[in-house]
Design a protein. Sequence first.
Length: 299
Amino acid sequence: MKDKFGKWESVCILSNALLHRSLTYSAGCAFEHTGSGGTLCTVIAGVIALIILYALMTVYGRHGAVLTAKTSGGAAHSLIFGAAALFLFVSAVCTLYDFSYLIKSLAYPNTPIWYIFVFPAIAALFGGFGKKRSIASAHAIIFPISAAAIAVLCLSSLPQADVSNLFPLLGSGGGKFTLGILSALSAYADAVLILPAVEDFTDCRSPRGIVMTAAVVAVIFNIAVPLCFQLITLNRSELISVIPIYKLTKSISYGRFFQHPSALFLAFWAMSGILYCAAAIHYAVRVVRNLRTKGVSGH
């Protein structure tokens, strides 16, 4: 039990994995396709994600013993976990690039992006090659702080809200609305992390409660951010071109001595993004190591 994560740590890790994308570009993709229908797309995508995860965790509860990374399940098992490891690695690199591009465009426009990329990459690598207990503890401490800060930002934007900005609800409608839903659903792609991470949960044979709790938390935030963004944004071009949560931070002020909460946005997303990258790298490396061990023992 010493090597297992507690329920709180497990929920924080999965919630962060399912939330971090909505803090940058993913939340704005639905608006790009549908305009004012973006918020409804995120709501529908959130419901679909919950249904899919519930179904998968129900199946896992019945057949979970053959789905863990340490189990030797033949070629299909190796292919699934190999694909998961590749996805997590690519996702971590893309997340680090997105963060570097964001920093460059907002704070250091004249700095080469590779130079900015190096610093979060080093932080993510140190975390990823560290002990899993360190990753779990960092999530348990930092994720609640980041989540609370995002909640405060959303609530602070409500005095400027205009409900009429939500209409027409279907936006452009038609096939573009379907594309908007798929774009919003992509924010939950990092649920792949569940496959290698579930064996570290306290109750790895029946993790449905932990996964669904984390998914509900992530869905609430993934809906709240674009909803508040749209409530304060009337111009369609801003819906498409501006990172939703950054727009929220630019729209509020807490008085004379704290007029630029947008500076905090970078810190919140940095903590969320780097923690996710550390977890993704850690489990990608672990899966590859396990697959290599199985390959050697198989010969």
